[in-house]
Design a protein around this ligand. Structure first.
Ligand SMILES: C[S@@+](CC[C@H](N)C(=O)[O-])C[C@H]1O[C@@H](n2cnc3c(N)ncnc32)[C@H](O)[C@@H]1O
Length: 274
């Protein structure tokens, strides 16, 4: 591994709602007092309350691990950035999900379902956020890596990250970020690995999937879709949507374990164009 570097100063214009979570929780506890806590437990039940506490402890720990990862590689990929105040390209802001990056352990676990030899493949992250997955993918032997992101501030942050990231494990340095709405992205005619971490709602997903299918029928080639979601159970609608066109089949994969570096456990599936 490369020696520890100073992390990038988090981009000022990016509001990060993960920071201060612990402080906010303590302040809330002080505000409501012991009686308030008892009332909340009565309202949500012991199990519900415990799950809430565990969820929040996990979030705080995962966030700390992500910040350490950033520091190690000299980048700024941690945190949760809501889309509200960002400058968005195109008309689909209301369908987009906030920027929260995939954890390194989850990403590597998902990658185990792909073939080992990825030379010749282009890895594309649709809704690439701060570029964490692009950096993680660069440790595999993809020929090219592309992020597609519609928030200008996140694209700027990604460009800085890509320039600063140096790891002795990096195999692919052909990395770029395209500032565009996902529905407008034209897929390259190489073999593809297309990654989605629940970037938007099903309306937009269907459009992007249709673009992939049209591109594959115009230029027949290998294509894998990796779809992960950790909230809204998006995998439950994404999976039947991907299979409904008849072009993709699901590949065998194992359930992701409880990784401590992940804010939430990701449910995912991998599909191969057949
Ligand atoms: C949950 S984050 C995923 C970040 C990254 N893919 C990862 O796994 O680390 C979703 C990202 O999708 C982006 N996004 C949402 N809708 C989009 C659209 N229509 N076109 C391009 N990007 C979009 C958001 O700005 C956000 O950065």
């Amino acid at each position: 591994m490369s020696p520890a570097k100073k992390s990038l100063t988090p981009t000022n214009s990016l509001q990060d709602i993960s920071t201060g979570r612990f402080r906010r929780a303590l302040a809330a506890l002080r505000r409501i007092g012991f009686g308030g806590v008892v009332n909340l437990i009565r309202q949500h039940g012991l199990r519900g309350s415990l799950e809430f506490v565990i969820r929040n402890i996990r979030h705080i720990l995962a966030d700390q691990i992500a910040r350490r990862w950033d520091k190690k590689y000299g980048v700024d990929t941690a945190g949760t950035v809501p889309l509200g105040s960002l400058s968005i390209v195109g008309p689909n802001k209301e369908y987009g999900n906030e920027c929260l990056c995939t954890s390194p352990k989850t990403f590597d676990f998902m990658m185990r379902s792909l073939p080992e030899d990825l030379r010749g493949y282009t890895f594309i992250d649709i809704g690439s956020g701060k570029s964490r997955t692009l950096l993680l993918a660069s440790r595999y032997d993809f020929s090219r890596i592309i992020g597609v992101e519609f928030a200008k501030e996140l694209v700027a942050c990604s460009k800085q990250n890509i320039a600063s990231f140096k790891s002795e494990w990096q195999k692919c340095r052909n990395i770029e970020v395209v500032e565009a709405d996902a529905t407008q992205f034209v897929f390259p005619t190489t073999p593809l690995v297309v990654f989605f971490y629940n970037p938007f709602s099903s309306e937009i997903f269907k459009e992007v999937l249709n673009n992939i299918e049209v591109s594959l029928s115009q230029n027949e080639r290998d294509c894998f879709i990796m779809y992960g979601s950790s909230s809204h159970n998006a995998i439950d609608w994404a999976k039947p949507t991907i299979l409904s066109g008849g072009m993709f089949e699901e590949m065998p994969s194992s359930k992701a374990p409880f990784f401590l570096d992940a804010v939430r456990t990701v449910r995912f599936a991998i599909f191969k164009a057949s």
